[in-house]
Design a protein around this ligand. Sequence first.
Ligand code: UD1
Length: 342
Amino acid sequence: MDRKKTVLISGGAGYIGSHTSVELIEAGYDVVIVDNFSNSEKGAVEGVVKITGREVPFELVDTCDKDALRRIFEKYEFDSVIHFAAYKAVGESMEDPLKYYSNNLVSFLNIVALMKEFKRPNILFSSSATVYGEADELPVTEETPRQPATSPYGNTKQMAEDILRDCCRSYVDIYGIALRYFNPIGAHPSAMIGELPRGIPNNLVPFVTQTAAGIRECLSVFGNDYDTPDGTCLRDYIDVVDLAKAHLAAVNRMVSDKMDGKYEIFNVGTGNPVSVLELLTTFEDVNNLKLPYKIVDRRPGDVTAVWADTAKANEVLGWKAERTLGETLKSAWEWEKRVRGL
Ligand code: UD1
């Protein structure tokens, strides 16, 4: 394996990790997937293998277990790490902050410490638009000030960004890119991999597809009295394959030593604000079905609107979101149907 062309992907069996693995492999990288299946399934790794037609080294390791992780660093030569492995449910993080602080921060610290020890220079970190909170200006650029985190989950993203910035500044051998994801949705066009939440989905699109599949009776739209054109919240929904391609562009940038400095941040979104009702209507139109929904109270903690200024990613990474909302929502439904055998 060419060290520069090999990427360790922690959380590679997860929703974004599996799609990113596919894009990297198809672009000629070798990937090593590390996952503990705490919120993912073996089937996702099998999906990556089926789509790419390649064997993918897989290691069942919890990234919080530093000794186990050290053995992975000893076993494989790689220059780059994409660190996805983390818990991501905002509500759960409010109920059990320690679970989030220990898992998300310990795994991150282990990864960076081992990178330093083994001189593996490049890390791509999964951050989130959640760091912007209720922003003062829209769309948000990478320079828009972050707001104090409103959940332990969001706080782990802010803290990890800061730790990464400091490590890049102080350690000559560490280079970092943080990608701030907006709202990832959709599935691979093959319908072999996609989002598979356990239990009742927190996020909008899995709830929509499960309602369409008859698993949930009715979708609750959280509030229609926001200060937006139709009263429902505005978000920037980014196709998961487009998002995966942003990771590929960022890895290419790192391995070709093109970074501007040692730590960079990029927004990864479409730049288009979409309301909850617009998303529902588009889902119904492209899939030719009707979705039962009702308007309910606002969900505590939701921001009115957030969408990305994508100029930096467009210009510097040479990356742009390509799939339309309709294509993405079609892929989400194709995936749900495949999973449910419909
Ligand atoms: C949430 C998190 C964010 C996290 C992201 C991915 C918050 C405040 N933010 O983003 O930090 O990175 O998930 O896990 O929790 N909606 C409904 N009905 C539903 C579900 C959602 O109307 O059943 C609405 C929400 O009010 C929101 C939009 O759909 O306006 C998107 O919600 P969701 O998919 O949960 O994402 P975010 O809340 O934007």
